[in-house]
Design a protein around this ligand. Structure first.
Ligand SMILES: NC(=O)C1=CN([C@@H]2O[C@H](COP(=O)(O)OP(=O)(O)OC[C@H]3O[C@@H](n4cnc5c(N)ncnc54)[C@H](OP(=O)(O)O)[C@@H]3O)[C@@H](O)[C@H]2O)[C@@H](O)CC1
Ligand SMILES: Nc1ncnc2c1ncn2[C@@H]1O[C@H](COP(=O)(O)OP(=O)(O)O)[C@@H](O)[C@H]1O
Ligand SMILES: [Mg+2]
Length: 280
């Protein structure tokens, strides 16, 4: 196991080229937020936007439109029941994040199938939350493109079949190889599994144990993989920054809330972009 280092983050978060525009930084669609879990997709979309995604579209239940816009006017919205319109929009996306607050009813199940069928390389896919629970219920073909799953320990148990107490790095890596996708297994010390390697995140604090913290990470990963070419390094950098921000905030706070993390992302990205070694 190797630690995720600040050097990886500095190499990944590069200064923005002057000759660029919003399209340069990723068209990201986030799909989720049923009538009960609207907050989850709002937190994920907020994190993606504050992570620098150039254009953010949220496909959600219409009951969430107003609250989403009140929090995040930068985001566009669409009703996720409108399958034809969704398919049309999906075709133009660089990154699709599905799962935060999606739920597991038949609408959610259908949406996941639609996304798995419609996504094609080089589009990148982030599967989180309810999408993982649905995926574990019956196996489906995954598109041949960059995919990352971001389970907590119970979601990983459902997906991999490994009981929480048996989730060792070796067992998790074997399961990741079988699944063929990058796996971010979230815990106090989150571990990341790629085809080549096992990484561990040195940061993280129990002050992060609040609903929405993982939704925020999923949005950050969506924002990062839409901007930074190296898929693994983009994921590692998002995992690292998410907890590094929390650790700093927790120095003076008993709990850290997801929206407080998102508010700090641009400042931390700026800092790491200034540290980019001149030769890289
Ligand atoms: N504001 C919103 O809209 C929010 C919406 N959300 C959305 O809700 C949806 C469902 O996601 P979920 O994670 O809440 O529920 P689920 O997948 O059933 O897992 C919980 C079960 O697993 C167990 N468990 C064991 N270990 C665990 C661990 N390390 N971490 C976590 N759980 C662990 C746990 O055990 P217990 O707590 O009972 O001891 C329990 O039995 C999803 O779409 C998500 O995005 C949330 O983000 C919250 C904010
Ligand atoms: N005790 C802890 N120490 C470090 N990180 C934690 C701790 N508790 C929760 N987290 C982090 O918070 C996030 C929780 O994710 P998840 O359970 O998916 O939340 P949600 O679905 O409510 O958004 C993960 O990134 C996890 O690593
Ligand atoms: Mg979650």
């Amino acid at each position: 196991m190797q630690p995720i280092t600040t050097e990886i983050v500095s190499r990944t978060i590069i200064k923005r080229p002057a000759d660029s525009y919003k399209g340069t930084y990723g068209r990201v669609m986030l799909i989720g937020g049923n009538q009960n879990f609207g907050g989850a997709i709002i937190m994920a979309a907020t994190a993606a936007t504050y992570s620098g995604a150039g254009l953010v579209t949220v496909a959600t239940d219409p009951t969430n439109f107003t609250s989403l816009h009140a929090q995040l006017p930068e985001a566009m919205v669409m009703d996720y029941h409108q399958t034809d319109a969704l398919l049309q929009l999906l075709a133009g996306m660089d990154v699709i994040v599905i799962g935060p607050g999606l739920g597991t009813d038949t609408v959610a199940d259908q949406l996941l199938s639609t996304v798995l069928t419609a996504t094609h390389a080089p589009q990148r896919l982030v599967l989180d939350g309810s999408a993982l629970t649905l995926l574990a219920q019956h196996s489906r073909a995954l598109p041949a493109t960059d995919i990352v799953v971001t389970p907590h320990q119970m979601e990983w148990q459902r997906l991999s079949g490994i009981a929480i107490k048996d989730q060792t790095p070796t067992a998790n890596h074997d399961a990741q190889q079988r699944l063929g996708v990058t796996a971010v297994v979230k815990a106090h010390r989150t571990t990341v599994y790629t085809n080549e390697r096992v990484w561990f995140n040195p940061g993280g604090t129990p002050a992060m144990a609040t609903g929405g913290m993982g939704d925020t990470l999923a949005g950050m990963i969506g924002g990062f993989v839409g901007q930074f070419d190296n898929f693994t390094n983009a994921i590692l950098s998002a995992v690292y920054l998410h907890s590094a921000i929390a650790d700093d905030l927790a120095a003076t706070r008993y709990v850290v809330l997801p929206h407080q993390i998102s508010a700090q992302i641009p400042r931390y990205m700026h800092r790491f972009s200034q540290e980019t070694p001149a030769e890289s």
